[in-house]
Design a protein around this ligand. Sequence first.
Ligand code: ADP
Ligand code: MG
Length: 627
Amino acid sequence: MPEIRVLAKETIDLIAAGEVIERPSSVVKELVENAIDAGATAITIEIKDGGMELIRVTDNGCGIEKSQVPLAFCSHATSKIRTAADLDDIFTLGFRGEALSSIAAVARVEMITKTGDALLGTRYVIEGAKEVSLEEIGAPNGTTFLVRQLFFHTPARRKFLKTPQTETGYIHTLLQHMALSHPDIAFQFLSHGQTKLYTSGNDSAEEIIYHLYGKEIASSLIPVHAVSGSMKLTGFIGKPIVTRGNRNYENYFVNGRYVKSDLIAKGIEDAYRTYLMQHQYPFTVLSFTVDGHDVDVNVHPQKLELRFSKSEELYRFLSESIRDSLQKTELIPEVPFGKEALAETQKPEAVAPLHDELSKLDRSDASAPEQLSHTEPFEEARLLRLKELIRAQIAEDSPYEPKYDQRDAKTFVPQQKQEQPSFEQQTLPFFTEETKQQYRILGQAFATYWLVEMGEELFLIDQHAAHEKVIFERLMKRKEEKEPLCQQIAPPMVLSLSTAEEETLKRYREDFTHLGYEIDHFGGSEYRITAIPADIYGLNERQLFLEMLDDLTENERLRDTDALYLKIATMSCKAAIKGNMAISTEEFQALFDEMLTLDNPYHCPHGRPTTIRMSRADLERKFKRVL
Ligand code: ADP
Ligand code: MG
């Protein structure tokens, strides 16, 4: 007869781990939730090989005190609840105290953490649930987790994982949900050093929606705001014109947690019933706040499903609030005309200024020049300059070298320096062969501008503009040299095109191929894209391609090269890292090194400076060392 035994602790942990940690994205989810619970305002997630080789999560949250560190890795150790009664009042994302012990059971884990009060931080290494070291170490406030070689001693589990690309995709989707539910936190996600997602943390859900879902959806949002008793609902829903054939665009959060709930899905879809055709699903980003007593989050180990005690009430509240918002909104799209059109062009846009500039440009190009003359003088000048720049570039043999730059350089007379020295827009080719050897990166200001000392000059470089320029040049070069760097995508994107779009596609077929797209006809009006330019991989590729195709179709009156130039500029702008984002010195250095190889690193594709400078002499004058 088989003997009955109590399992060893490691075995118990391993079994428990299986429930919580299924794949790399589960690790990311737990670590990011912990970071959010720790009050972090900035979280960086970095992975290699779909998270199987490495997952690094860095936060600027409260950190863990040294004496508590080993405890955090014990199963059922949590700082978030104490008694069963607390379960009704959970405002944190975690509470089971299972995550860290589970992760430590199935991977090699290193943690570096420091609380605000402590002078030194703590480094803790635990591998396969066995403590390896605990020591003091200098560290910034907050916590960094490094999880290496997931499932290293359970190869059977490893076999269940998908390809690194697919696992990366899961993590990407997860982090999109995290970012959507926490617009006040700056997220950055990198895979093999390449930024896949970033949000500024400026608390604008609309900005994140724009970033993740594109212009079409962002421009058709209806705000929702409703309160009933202890239930609160806020967020955005899409106008019925933006629909999808599946539920992927229905995002909702209960008490800050991304969840799936048949009840909520039904509430949403019933509200839309009369607006949508069958099998069409709306876009939503909705945040519920409900009393902890009315919801049981303790149902599923990964806490994706919920149980509501007042489900009837919740369903009605949800459905009615959405229906109200839909009814209050005029659903006939407005065609901007006259004054309204003006208001539209002047509306400040938080994101993707390039796209708007370009569309303004297009409008001015058409038959309404008076629109332009009504805009702010500065705006007007900027638009004209942009237009001139593009024209000049198109006219030249080497089409993308901004010519006005050199013209400025010729007329630049050093003695004419302003009385009040200030950072000036870069107009001379300062990045010469010698200076390239001598630069020193001093650091980053306002999470956007990098200070670089080079020779007798101090430079301020806008990381977004610089990155945009670098990507733009790469794409242009690949198009010119007809040597694209393709990124295969699986599954391929299948697009159903209109006749006009098909024609555009045919017209630009070669250009698309030279950029890195692999497109084949899939029968009827369907096309299949199996590869995209590697430089834009990880963006909203489908949206970007459709947008590009649409714009090219609309812009028939522009010369072909014009239109394509504009679109490549748009793509680079979208692909570029944004300002207001912490990137590491190494990342900047790589960017800067590439910038130095460009013929004209000084301006981004739409003419804004990437670099401004101040000379040592200017500084000395300013400090009255010399007069
Ligand atoms: P839970 O989140 O369910 O409490 P975990 O195993 O995820 O359990 O974490 C255990 C404890 O470790 C948490 O309760 C918290 O006190 C601490 N902790 C984990 N991650 C962090 C972090 N990034 N910053 C600060 N404390 C953390
Ligand atoms: Mg947790």
